[in-house]
Design a protein. Structure first.
Length: 220
């Protein structure tokens, strides 16, 4: 039976045509059942609509998991350039230089510190950078995100190093609710400009390390 053409009235019984019409309507109007507390994920492959998160879920490994669909934005960005603060205790944006992977998230063409999002969504952001100490004084770095130029509350990484030549990698993950057109930046400040964000050169047995990297994954 073609989905686009309903069955025409025919036959000697209206009930027969009504049955065919009902079957046709069930095909073209089919929709997922709403998930409720009685639904069990004990059997894999059950698809339901979860009204609590407004999303399709599927049963797998004894739990209901959100099913990815739509645009599924993501991105992986990095820089190999040394990031140096011009002065102490001053917010300085990390400039991104390279895109490893990207779908609907991109480095802004004018402001290289900004990652611009094409679609609304909930995103997991994974950030890491490599710190380099240029002298033996104790020094501290502060790293935090901004969205549309506004600091995100309770998000700062604070890390201290002292030894000259010391190298430390710091990282942080977070969940962000973002709208279409929003942009995300990573900022840092230092108590001593001899503390930089600086990558490592390649060796005979390993590739080079970026000075900073950030991975964006849409989770809803």
């Amino acid at each position: 039976m073609a989905r686009s053409v309903p069955p025409q009235p025919s036959g000697s019984k209206w009930s027969d045509w009504a049955t065919r019409l009902n079957t046709y309507l069930n095909i073209i109007r089919n929709k997922l059942q709403f998930q409720d507390s009685d639904d069990s994920p004990s059997e894999d492959g059950i698809m339901l609509w979860d009204p609590a998160i407004d999303h399709v879920v599927v049963s797998y490994d004894n739990k209901f998991e959100p099913l990815s669909y739509g645009h599924n934005s993501y991105g992986a960005f990095y820089t190999t350039a040394t990031q140096t603060a011009a002065s102490t205790n001053t917010a300085t944006a990390i400039a991104w230089a390279s895109t490893a992977f990207s779908e609907d998230v991109a480095i802004d063409a004018t402001h290289s510190s900004r990652l611009v999002f094409t679609y609304d969504g909930t995103y997991q952001i994974d950030f890491s950078c490599e710190l380099q100490s240029g002298n033996s004084s104790s020094k501290t770095v502060y790293i935090w995100p901004r969205v549309n130029g506004t600091d995100i509350a309770f998000s700062t990484i604070v890390y201290s190093v002292a030894n000259a030549g010391e190298s430390k990698t710091v990282s942080r993950s977070g969940i962000f609710e973002l709208s279409a057109g929003d942009y995300l930046e990573a900022y840092f400040a230092v108590t001593d400009t001899n503390l930089t964000i600086e990558g490592s050169a390649a060796t005979a047995f390993s590739p080079a390390a970026p000075s900073a990297s950030i991975v964006v994954t849409e989770i809803r």
